[in-house]
Design a protein. Structure first.
Length: 95
């Protein structure tokens, strides 16, 4: 768990992919790769687990996935209105 004020080392995407390739292709150990890239072996393990799960190159990028920008605010508003009406309907059925 992160501690208050803790600074995290940011490893560029290219380096993360390089570490994943070294593990999968060459078979280097997690501890070796962790020392080489200056992170814990748990972090390298996480990169590899994510890579295997999603089978893609861009999956190792940090942050939240990009939202779909094609949906306009009016469409989102309409969806939320329908959802609100649905919740009201369910709530009335409970009574």
């Amino acid at each position: 768990m992160a501690k208050k004020g803790q600074k995290f080392k940011k490893v560029p995407l290219e380096k993360r992919l390089e570490a994943v390739r070294e593990k999968l292709d060459v078979g280097k150990s997690y501890s070796y790769l962790g020392k080489k890239y200056g992170v814990s072996w748990h972090t390298v393990n996480s990169w590899i687990r994510i890579y295997r799960r999603d089978r893609g190159l861009d999956i190792l990028e940090k942050g939240r996935p990009k939202t779909d920008k094609n949906v306009s605010y009016k469409e989102r508003y309409e969806i939320l209105k329908k959802y609100r009406d649905y919740l009201k309907e369910v709530d009335q059925e409970k009574k």
